[in-house]
Design a protein around this ligand. Structure first.
Ligand code: SF4
Length: 341
């Protein structure tokens, strides 16, 4: 569903002060009309920081030899999720660099175990894999695939050494959706070399894809990356893109990402919830591993359940008792109701 009348604009993208306040309030009202005051609470476990890709904006790129690599043990993570997960969490996301070994040897058994022993919704964010591995993960019980396109500009995607090409990325998103996955994507706001119109293209591309959600992350210059000395993206473009996405797609699941805490310490995350974001993520990665999961830099702001619940309450919202997976199930048209392909 789209609002049908909203068109992303440079005025909204660059809006500050009163313009921005009005944009965010409008987006938040649209989200409340669709979802009430409920916010989905998902836990994330970062299962591996090995990556065969080389994205310039990411500290886990394969050329970063300064990074100690880890691949977590499935049994350890199963124990963590089954016995020690926060009470407010209804969904789990398994995330890694593009590491097919971890996808097969860690994610796959873990998804099976979680599906067998819990009612958690399960999403995976594991990069580009073989079709057989996507199928195996789906059959094991993972329902949502997160595959970010990062920028809608194919030349810029290539310059940044994004995985494969933008065309392939988009094709994979469509293929996953056609195979029955609920697909979510994402892009970066303030990527060095991107002009403001590119962010509008990002919003339009996202809205045109068969997605159930989309994230916007502020560009944070990562240590030991080719962009280490570039200027940070800042919070405002990120927040304004989130609001524009919400106006384009009232039904989407849009997270407030933890990197907003780096872009605007103390306020960014809370402001994200004020743009109509309706998903928050608790980091469950064991402390001895998560210091090496460096998308940007090591001094990450770790979102604990306490911090999450505080931010939700401060925004006048409440944790959703319904899982994201259950929400998608309820709102996915049955095949009989779907228009012919
Ligand atoms: S963004 Fe993803 S695919 Fe690219 S280097 Fe980082 S972990 Fe790998």
């Amino acid at each position: 569903m789209t609002t049908g009348c909203y068109e992303p604009s440079l005025a909204d993208l660059n809006g500050l002060d009163g313009v921005q306040t009005a944009l965010h309030a409008r987006a938040a009202a649209v989200a409340r009309a669709q979802f009430g005051n409920r916010v989905f609470v998902r836990g994330v476990v970062e299962i591996s920081n090995f990556c065969r890709e080389n994205c310039h904006y990411c500290g886990m790129r394969r050329d970063n030899r300064a990074l100690g690599r880890y691949r977590a043990e499935a049994d350890r993570l199963a124990e963590l999720v089954l016995r020690h997960r926060p009470a407010s969490m209804t969904d789990l996301n398994l995330q890694a660099g593009e590491d097919p070994v971890a996808a097969r040897e860690v994610a796959l058994p873990l998804v099976r175990h979680i599906r067998q022993h819990t009612s958690l919704g399960v999403s995976v964010c594991l990069g580009t894999l073989d079709d057989s591995l996507y199928d195996a993960l789906h059959e094991a019980g993972a329902e949502t695939y997160i595959l970010k396109f990062e920028t809608a500009d194919p030349d810029h995607f290539a310059e940044c050494e994004g995985p494969g090409s933008l065309v392939e990325r988009v094709r994979t998103i469509r293929r996953l959706a056609a195979a029955g996955w609920w697909v979510s994507s994402g892009f970066i706001a303030g990527l060095p070399g991107a002009h403001p119109e590119a962010l509008l293209h990002n919003c339009r591309l996202a809205a045109a894809l068969p997605l159930r959600g989309c994230s916007v992350s502020p560009f944070v210059p990562g240590a030991d990356t080719p962009l280490a000395n570039a200027a940070a993206g800042g919070a405002d473009w990120t927040l304004n893109c989130m609001a524009m996405l919400r106006l384009l797609r009232p039904d989407w699941v849009i997270p407030s990402v933890s990197a907003l805490n780096i872009a605007e310490p103390g306020a960014g995350y809370r402001r994200g919830l004020g743009t109509g974001a309706n998903l928050v993520t608790i980091n469950l990665t064991p402390p001895d591993l998560r210091n090496d999961y460096v998308l940007y830099k090591r001094d990450r702001f770790i979102m604990t359940e306490g911090r999450i619940l505080e931010a939700i309450a401060a925004a006048g919202l409440v944790p959703s008792p319904t899982s994201l997976a259950e929400h998608f199930r309820r709102t996915t048209p049955s095949p009989a109701a779907s228009p012919p392909a």
